[in-house]
Design a binder for this molecule. Structure first.
Ligand code: PLP
Length: 398
């Protein structure tokens, strides 16, 4: 594989690939020069003025970090251990003292997902991963990169706007012992349709009874009903199952998106076995990124280590949650066909639009959402909401 001069020619064998649809959408919205464009494709929180602010508590923590940090020496593969320790009660609730559950700091929720699936591949390469459709676009490639087989089932009925719960349960009932079930902890991205309490109870019972391994992806804790309420399903799984894997993100609930702040949690039936699993996780992390980035986790650590900053963070998180609920209600009240949006949670919902309608919204109204009709409830400033709603209703009416 060398050229005429003897130089390497490996990379020229690569063929072109299609860019990730979400990244393509962001680029398309960026390139639109119309001043009133609305980008509800990208998944970041925006306030009433359309900005994605840095939280007050984080700004204060960063100031303190700047003033007090004495070194940038390596932290080690497990990252910021105090950050993980402080996160324990938030993620694990009543299970925080359980020595069978160990956690470590990762580069975002995505890093935790990759690590968790690679751990499963190391433990049981033949495991299948059950994933509901639709799901967050990264899930399938991340599972594929771990070389695990994906088995899909319909999670959401777009026309009826309900969870296809019977189908989901049928698939869990028919799964093989040792298969993995990927579950969204809260604020289901992309549909906004979360399992209710009774449905969680059925899922937990079946997962435990069938010997399946639940893998919970919880990226929006506190942006649905509340910090503890949003982890209720996860806590019930921890009540019932000896083995659980959790990928957690602080990127949304602390507004730290680009700083990449996450954690991975592993529960096995025995503390010694959990330590062995963690050694594997550290080994895999070493191969992937060696050590996680420090800054964002250090800011979260400072917030959670200080009662005043923690209280302020909770106020800000509550404000974000209230804004999501308010905008949801406003959209829901505009038309009975959008009423379901008021019943859902989190930053995303799916509009009853076909791909040509979505594309027409782009060309005619400079409104950018995913081809599936998935949109960010908070993608627009308050002043743009009426225009957005009118354009969507016009599009549904045809
Ligand atoms: C369902 C889900 N899981 C995980 C993530 C990963 O989040 P992070 O930005 O922390 O990697 C996202 C990001 O949007 C998500 O929506």
């Amino acid at each position: 594989m060398t050229g005429p001069g003897g130089s390497a020619q490996l990379l020229e064998k690569l063929s072109a690939i299609e860019s990730d649809s979400l990244l393509g959408l962001i680029a398309m919205a960026d390139a639109d020069t119309r001043p009133d464009k609305i980008d509800v494709g990208v998944g970041v929180y925006r306030d009433g003025a359309g900005r994605t602010p840095i939280l007050r508590a984080i700004k204060a923590a960063e100031q303190r970090l700047w003033d007090e940090q004495q070194t940038k020496a390596y932290l080690g593969g497990a990252g910021d251990r105090r950050y993980t320790e402080l996160l324990r009660p938030i993620v694990l609730g009543r299970h925080a003292e359980d020595e069978r559950i160990l956690g470590l700091h990762t580069p975002g929720g995505c890093g935790a997902l990759s690590l968790g699936f690679k751990l499963i591949a190391a433990a049981r390469p033949q495991a299948r991963v059950l994933v509901g459709t639709p799901t967050w676009p990264n899930h399938i490639p991340v599972i594929g990169a771990a070389r695990l087989e994906v088995s899909r089932y319909g999670y959401y009925d777009r026309d009826q706007r309900v969870i296809r719960f019977d189908e989901m349960m049928q698939r869990l009932d028919g799964a093989r012992r040792g298969d993995v079930v990927l579950l969204h902890g809260c604020c289901h991205n992309p549909t906004g349709a979360d399992l209710d309490d009774d449905q969680w109870a059925d899922v937990v019972r079946t997962v435990a009874h069938r010997g399946l391994l639940p893998f919970v992806d919880i990226a929006y804790q506190g942006l649905g009903r509340g910090l503890d309420e949003d982890a209720r399903g996860l806590h019930r799984l921890l009540d019932a199952c000896d083995e659980v894997i959790v990928a957690h993100s602080c990127d949304k609930n602390f507004g730290l998106y680009r700083d990449r702040v996450g954690s991975l949690w592993i529960k096995t039936g025995d503390p010694g076995q959990s330590r062995i699993a963690m050694d594997h996780v550290l080994q895999i992390a070493r191969e992937m990124w060696s050590m996680p980035p420090d800054h964002g986790a250090a800011a979260v650590r400072i917030v959670l280590d200080d009662q005043t900053l923690t209280a302020d963070w909770k106020v800000e998180l509550g404000e974000m949650r209230d804004r999501i609920a308010r905008v949801r209600k406003q959209i829901a009240a505009a038309d009975p066909r959008l009423a379901y949006i008021g019943e859902q949670y989190g930053m995303f919902s799916m509009l009853p639009l076909e791909i040509d309608q979505v594309r027409k919204l782009r060309t005619d109204h400079a409104i950018y959402m995913a081809d599936s009709g998935r949109f960010n409830i908070l993608g627009m400033a308050d002043h743009a909401l009426d225009r957005f709603i009118a354009a969507v209703i016009g599009s549904i009416d045809g």
